[in-house]
Design a protein around this ligand. Structure first.
Ligand code: DGJ
Length: 740
């Protein structure tokens, strides 16, 4: 199409885009196709295509969505009218600022001379088998059977800076993983002021943005809003991924539901501050960028140095938001989590925190452990309050940093305690918060400079503690040694790694990222030294529920809010991107400590058993007789279905924000077992009882339905469903279906 020449504006002649048809390769099924300088990545149900613009050397996107076999027919831009030239009108892979694209850039580099203009042009590319790791950063992994990688090498001749864009495709999961390397090949020092891990331009006019928002005890709440003209975004500046927003966004067609419609999900594999920008530009295209937060990033690269961005996983699904989530879950279980426990069933546990808080000592812990064993738990976890001698950790005011067991509280030492607990038939787990220090501690007396601080500015305390500078190698060594010493001193099989505040006074904008690289080094070292330990992440609940953590810790404490009603929203929201197998979920006392709500013990347990790591977090002494009598059976049920929760697929059948009857469903990996979780959060009167229509079943197969004595076809279960009756607020049912 030729644009009409303008009367008032200068009309700029543009060379037509010359799209290369993938003539010879059009029918090929290989995951990466290259035809000259046109590239295609194909998954089972996704295609991603881009090419090099012959005139400018820029990378232009042709398609990201459902499977296509060749480049679609598109309109060539011959002439443009107005201020926005061709570069600002097309879909770009690595957009810059300063050459006429007025939208959000993916990067900004301050050259040695001070300019912030860049002009990257295609130079060459490589196709690799498998998925390479990233130096010092968490990353997805896969061998040649799982993934293929395309690396496109770009170069800016004016500044002598190289950019390598990496695209790995995991065809089975319809996932494309992107990251960027910037190398300074010139003679002066350059500064990276912004570097997104991914920038994507989608042509669809009518998109919604999905994200997870929250706060302490209110993590993972799903938000959906229309993408409108201008920029919308969210970020973390907390130094960690944080409770406030998650490093994840999805763009979905406005008509997409849980089970149908196009959904593009983007998940940043990183634990530090991040930024997401979504911009619908004047031409109607939507650009999304996600990566390190430029507010805390200004990275100098001396000649010869390279900087690697964290990676971003993109998933496309035509099967709605649920289809997108299940692809993330499978990919993360199989190709992100390195722990040997990633797809293992988890021991049901009792954690001491809500039951004893700081009332920890040999006799209280021994009693609690014995009661856990009597109820049928398999792992006892001693939470906060066991360490510090000069400054005992008897409250949150002292002791962090002094990782020695308190001799007064445990006169016989840790090993004797662990042995006693193991004699009860339980494994033993322990809580740490190694990245922190209380000013009231021996560590702080010795190393006040190890706490993050900015010169003489006040060191603001949160929960009476400061953050240790994990960017310093000596602090990394201290943490590795402290945790190793304890783990070597007794047969401990589980660690809960907590982190209870954000980072405040950073002395320079790069501390956040250096800190994170230090944390990752510590995680890598400790999990390699102790591969048989089940590591659980925690940050005042779910303040660091992110893919970076999952690389080393296969589970995360989802929220300090253990109220079962709130938890449905938190767990369903978190499952937008993270597998239920990774969620720690516990039954606590009522009235709930956070919401003051009371629900039945079975309701609390049914919600909690949708998480991979099920447990109790209470003092059994405080249970009434009826509750206590139900717990052994609830623990047994949780154990029975745990393999399906940990390895199966999750379907959100009805969302808590839409209905008083939220429901979820798991299907085992081989499809032979199904577990339906159905809840009534608010009783009503004179309404028909709700129907729960199952999804993802084999339509031809027959399934036995719980203890009804009935067997129904997949078709009937999916099209008619099961009608259930409830009693009162907060009632629940768990129904196991077996394929015949
Ligand atoms: C915050 C965690 O989220 C809780 O589960 C508990 O471990 C406390 N810290 C202990 O201080």
């Amino acid at each position: 199409m030729v644009w009409p020449r303008s009367r008032g504006f200068a009309a700029i002649a543009m060379v037509a885009l010359e799209l290369q048809p993938f003539s010879a390769l059009a029918q090929s099924t290989s995951a990466i196709q290259v035809d000259g300088t046109s590239f295609a990545l194909n998954g089972d149900n996704v295609s991603y295509r881009f090419h090099v613009d012959n005139e400018t050397g820029d990378l232009i996107t042709d398609h990201f969505g459902g499977l296509v076999t060749e480049d679609p027919i598109s309109v060539e831009i011959d002439f443009v009218q107005g201020w926005v030239t061709k570069i600002g009108r097309v879909r770009r892979e690595f957009p810059d600022l300063g050459r006429g694209d007025f939208r959000t850039p993916a990067f900004q580099i301050r050259q040695a001379q001070g300019y912030t203009v860049s002009q990257f042009q295609y130079q060459s590319h490589d196709v690799l088998e498998g998925k390479p790791g990233l130096p010092g950063l968490p990353s997805t992994f896969g061998d040649s059977e799982d993934a293929s990688t395309l690396v496109v090498h770009l170069y800016d001749n004016y500044s002598s800076v190289a950019a390598d864009l990496s695209y790995s495709i995991f065809p089975k999961y319809d996932s494309i993983v992107r990251s960027v390397n910037i190398t300074n090949k010139g003679n002066g020092t350059i500064t990276l002021e912004k570097l997104a891990s991914l920038s994507v331009d989608l042509p669809d006019e009518d998109l919604d943005l999905l994200e997870l928002k929250g706060d302490w005890s209110r993590e993972g709440h799903r938000v959906r809003r229309k993408v409108d003209v201008g920029t919308q975004g969210f970020q973390s500046t907390a130094g960690y991924s944080s409770h406030l927003h998650n490093p994840f966004l999805a763009l979905v067609s406005s008509t997409a539901t849980e089970s149908q419609g196009n959904a593009w999900g983007f998940s940043l594999v990183y634990t530090g501050s991040f930024a997401v920008d979504v911009e619908k530009g004047s031409q109607g295209l939507t650009r999304a960028t996600i990566g390190l937060n430029p507010l805390q990033f200004s990275w100098k690269l001396r000649p010869g140095q390279t900087f690697t961005s964290p990676e971003c996983v993109s998933v496309f699904s035509e099967a709605g938001v649920g289809g997108m989530s299940r692809q993330f879950h499978r990919l993360y279980r199989k190709h992100l989590m390195k722990s040997k426990f990633a797809e293992e069933t988890r021991p049901s546990l009792l954690n001491s925190w809500e039951g004893l808080t700081y009332g920890i000592n040999e006799s209280s812990v021994t009693r609690l452990a014995q009661e856990s064993a009597d109820l049928g738990a398999k792992l006892f976890v001693m939470d906060d309050g066991w360490f510090g001698n000069k400054h005992p950790r008897t409250s949150d005011t002292a002791g962090l940093g002094d990782w020695q067991v308190n001799k007064d509280l445990f006169p016989n030492g840790l090993e004797a305690l662990v042995d006693d607990v193991r004699d009860m038939g339980l494994q033993f787990g322990l809580w740490f918060e190694p990245e922190m220090v209380n000013p009231v501690s021996e560590l702080y007396e010795k190393h006040p400079d190890w706490a993050i601080h900015a010169g003489s500015y006040p060191r603001t305390e949160t929960r009476n503690q400061l953050v240790l500078n994990l960017g310093l190698p000596e602090v990394q060594e201290f943490v590795i040694d402290s945790v190793s010493n304890i783990l070597n001193s007794a047969p401990i099989t589980y660690v809960k790694w907590d982190n209870n505040r954000g980072i405040h006074e950073t002395p320079d904008p790069n501390l956040d990222h250096r800190y994170m690289l230090g944390v990752y080094r510590v995680f890598e070292e400790l999990t390699s030294r102790f591969p048989d330990v089940l590591w659980e992440g925690c940050a005042s609940g779910g303040g660091r529920f992110d893919p970076g953590i999952l690389q080393w810790f296969p589970q995360v404490w989802t929220s300090d809010d253990t109220d079962a009603v709130e938890r449905i929203a938190i767990q369903f929201g978190t499952s937008l991107v993270y597998p239920p197998s990774a969620m720690g979920a516990h039954v606590s006392h009522v009235p709930n400590g956070v919401t003051q709500r009371s629900t039945s013990v079975s309701f609390r347990a049914h919600v909690a058993m949708m998480g991979g790591s099920f447990g109790l977090e209470l003092d059994p002494q405080d249970l009434d007789e009826d509750e206590r009598a139900q717990i052994p059976d609830l623990l047994a049920l949780a154990e029975k279905i745990n393999p399906i929760i940990v390895r199966g697929d999750f379907w959100r059948l009805a969302l808590p924000e839409d209905t008083d009857y939220p429901a979820g469903q798991f299907i085992s990996e081989d499809g032979s077992q199904v577990v339906l979780f159905a809840f009534q959060t608010r009783a009503t009167i004179n309404n028909a009882w709700p129907w729960f229509r199952l999804q993802g079943l084999d339509p031809q197969a027959r399934y036995s339905v719980g203890d009804t004595g009935r067997t129904l076809s997949g078709k009937t279960l999916m099209n008619a469903g099961i009608q259930l009756q409830f009693e009162g607020d907060y009632d629940s049912q768990v129904i196991i279906l077996e394929k015949q």
